[in-house]
Design a protein around this ligand. Sequence first.
Ligand code: FMN
Length: 222
Amino acid sequence: MDVFEALYTTRAMRRVKPDPVPMDVQAQILDAAVRAPSGGNSQGWRFLLVDDRAIIGKIAPLYKDSVEKLWSTVYVDRYQAALADPSAASSITMQRMVSSVQWVADNFAEIPLLLFGMTQGDTSGGSIWPALWNAQLAARAHGVGSAPTSILGFFHPDEVYDILGIPKDEQWIMAAMITMGYPKGKWGVADRRPAHEVSYRNQWGNDIGFEQSEPMWRGTDA
Ligand SMILES: Cc1cc2nc3c(=O)[nH]c(=O)nc-3n(C[C@H](O)[C@H](O)[C@H](O)COP(=O)(O)O)c2cc1C
């Protein structure tokens, strides 16, 4: 796969089929992850793949509760605004995200593979996110969809550590839990604010010197 296709079409692919992800594909996902940079090449990470249905089933109610808490705390304003003015463009985007996030909450037990990214001594997560993104790109190259999530580590870390046997006295931080599986839907190019609207040259606020309103990669089958 062309590197730009992977870069432009690796999205939060939340709706996935229950079909298992083969072991050689899982191996490449993690082999690509550990190629990533980390501060001082510290590699202070551990990756935990979970494909045991019984364990996924134990985590499912914790994820569902995390999503409920998300709507009533962090996202409460955006959630209420979307309900109040459902036809506004921002509300439509929000409703799409809500429905996709809720799908994971409602179908968690059917997700075939979870990847937990654990980091030590890296509170910003800056030294593990490149590895997690490498994992997502490698998954994309194999046609496997993935979606990074942080809410489980935010709302229910202790229960998840108990379920997974993660030692609590070694300062492991759950940076993310990434859901993985073969997509139900289609791949598409991520819709984002264009680079020239969020970038400057030489001095803060100065024009970047180019305008790029359309994505520079657009596949025929994306
Ligand atoms: C640091 C980080 C934390 C995230 N946490 C969650 C999460 O807890 N739950 C979730 O469903 N998506 C989560 N996401 C996914 C984002 O919502 C998603 O990347 C964003 O909405 C863009 O979606 P798109 O790539 O499909 O356009 C997270 C992404 C990042 C980078």
